[in-house]
Write a protein that binds this ligand. Structure first.
Ligand SMILES: Cc1ncc(COP(=O)(O)O)c(C=O)c1O
Length: 379
């Protein structure tokens, strides 16, 4: 049990999750690619208007499958923000390739597309934009650089399901994209993810790699009469029990999104005066981006102010958290050649970002308490 009166995140049930888990068990098959996996797959393809979606055990796994599909090799370089979760970089490093870290924009905290061109070398193979808070990166500019240099684009869309850039769903711009259904996400099954395949050339091989390097999926579709080892691969299928839970959530997406929108807008409506007085900045959403109301962050005036604010909230039983520690100056990042000063905006902002409690079942009374507690912090 959490010692916090208001935790940072709290999992909840949106509707039929438990009923569907029972149905999955009673269907006689709870391994991967069962009835509910298929329902989730079809629904996600429809919602994203994407040609192929494969459920995976996590966004991390989906990113690793993407790196395998790109055939990344030692010596290859992939440009990505340093301000991201470790999984974006690990996927590349696991193939022996090198992450090249690009700094972020101070407004959206997304990779700064103006810096991309200067980082492209003859070894660059791909760009991995991360849509921070589900707010779209500048995809027009990123795709233009990719086209000019013949690079692949893989979107880390862990936070951006239902987000849009210029009216088009995030996760449909790159040849591949990864989604997360980890418990902190809008739609969740505890641990889970999906690989979105927008370039049909990856479709057959993606299915094989996800099924331990075998053509078992083709056998299930009656295309071959026995399955065998045909390529590299791993086990990336979630159990149908997880897919059943996920489908229960996806089905209630309108209600979940409406609740999250209310929570986000209340924070955005209640905090500006308090924040301005203390030099604290609230999130920025460009007019051409539709956000999925995934998280609400503050940018404090200093690291010291953030540390004091976290302690102040903790004293009142509220857990607020920060992320990400810049990858380029992490232990591993420094072993890969990163050094302080490489990404100055990332280094500055990562010391000042603070995420407020935000989950589907956060009640109005709980949020009132968070807001009142923030207002009681005067410096
Ligand atoms: C940007 C980003 N990429 C990848 C991941 C990894 O997601 P998962 O926990 O589903 O593997 C996260 C986790 O929150 C994330 O924020």
């Amino acid at each position: 049990m959490t010692p916090y009166r208001i935790p940072f995140n709290r999992p909840g049930l949106a509707g039929n999750e438990l009923r569907y888990i029972r149905e999955s068990v009673e269907s006689g098959r709870i391994s991967g690619d069962g009835v509910f996996t298929e329902k989730c797959r079809r629904l996600l393809e429809e919602l994203l208007e994407a040609p192929h979606v494969l459920l995976t055990t996590s966004c991390t796994t989906a990113l690793e499958l993407a790196a395998l599909l790109l055939d990344l090799r030692p010596g290859d370089e992939v440009i990505m923000p340093s301000f991201t979760f470790v999984s974006t970089a690990n996927a590349v490093v696991l193939r022996g390739a090198r992450p090249v870290f690009v700094d972020i924009r101070p407004d959206t905290l997304n990779l700064d597309e103006r810096l991309l061109e200067s980082l492209v070398t003859p070894r660059t193979r791909a760009i991995m934009p991360v849509h921070y808070a589900g707010i779209g990166c500048e995809m027009d500019a990123i795709l233009a650089v990719a086209r000019r240099h013949g690079l692949q684009v893989v979107e880390d869309n862990a936070q951006g399901l239902f987000g849009e850039y210029q009216g088009r769903a995030l996760g449909t711009f790159g040849s591949l994209a990864a989604l997360s259904f980890h418990e902190t996400k809008n739609i969740s099954c505890g641990e889970g993810g999906a690989l979105v395949i927008n370039d049909a050339r990856h479709a057959d091989r993606a299915e094989i790699i996800r099924e331990k390097g075998t053509n078992r999926s083709r056998m299930f579709r009656g295309l071959v009469d026995k399955y065998t080892w045909v390529d590299l691969g791993s086990s990336a299928l979630p159990s149908d029990i997880l897919a059943a839970f996920l489908y229960g959530q996806l089905e209630r997406r309108a209600e979940i999104q409406a609740r999250r929108r209310r929570i986000w807008e209340r924070y955005a409506g209640e905090l500006p005066e308090w924040a301005a007085a203390l030099g604290i900045r609230l999130p920025f959403v460009p007019a051409h981006c539709r956000q999925p109301y995934h998280l609400f962050y503050l940018v404090t005036a200093s690291l010291d102010q953030r540390t004091r604010l976290i302690a102040h909230l903790k004293q009142r039983g509220i857990l607020a958290v920060f992320h990400y520690l810049p990858l380029h100056i992490s232990e591993m990042g420094q072993r890969l050649g990163g050094k302080p000063g490489d990404c100055p905006v990332t280094e500055d902002l990562s010391e000042r970002v603070l995420r407020l409690p935000f989950y589907n079942d956060l009640s109005e009374a709980e949020q009132d308490y968070v807001v009142a507690s923030l207002r009681a912090f005067d410096g």
